[in-house]
Design a protein around this ligand. Sequence first.
Ligand SMILES: Nc1nc2c(ncn2[C@@H]2O[C@H](COP(=O)(O)OP(=O)(O)O)[C@@H](O)[C@H]2O)c(=O)[nH]1
Ligand SMILES: [Mg+2]
Length: 153
Amino acid sequence: MSEVDCAPDTVLLVGSVGCGKTTFRQRLAQGDIEYVKTQAIEAFDGIIDTPGEFLQQGRLRRALQIVSFDVDTVVLMLDPTEEQSRIPPGFAGTFNRRVLGVVTKTGVASPAQVGDALDRLRAAGADPVIAVDSVNGDGFDKIREVLGCPSSK
Ligand SMILES: Nc1nc2c(ncn2[C@@H]2O[C@H](COP(=O)(O)OP(=O)(O)O)[C@@H](O)[C@H]2O)c(=O)[nH]1
Ligand SMILES: [Mg+2]
């Protein structure tokens, strides 16, 4: 596929507060990386970013399910340095979409932490699972390949 034809999957980013959804979005869109607190479900050119509260508060999870109908792929994200995973086993099965698991912050986590986080995403039913660092860009070749846009836009 040529760069011109490249039409990556649209995605919905789901994960706890601070796991790295917004930084991942900025890296994927190849924009500037700068901290902004996500206050609402926000759509940016094929990428829907969400506040972590939508995962963490059970009654808001339904909203994620509804928004997922608008995208090709749900990206379920996990910060490997966080002790507690808020992603229950089997959670990916609640989405009627492909669920890609992404472990963030590999540049600041230990290999054991990254391995654990990959396992937790697999247990949640995500497939495939990929480890990245959105600050230094590690792993994004694989992400772009899986999302159907191998060459950078
Ligand atoms: N080193 C590193 N820091 C990250 C990464 N992703 C996010 N961060 C940092 O983690 C903090 C929260 O990130 P943010 O993207 O706002 O998380 P969100 O709440 O899920 O949107 C920020 O200080 C980011 O710079 C990553 O892949 N690597
Ligand atoms: Mg955010």
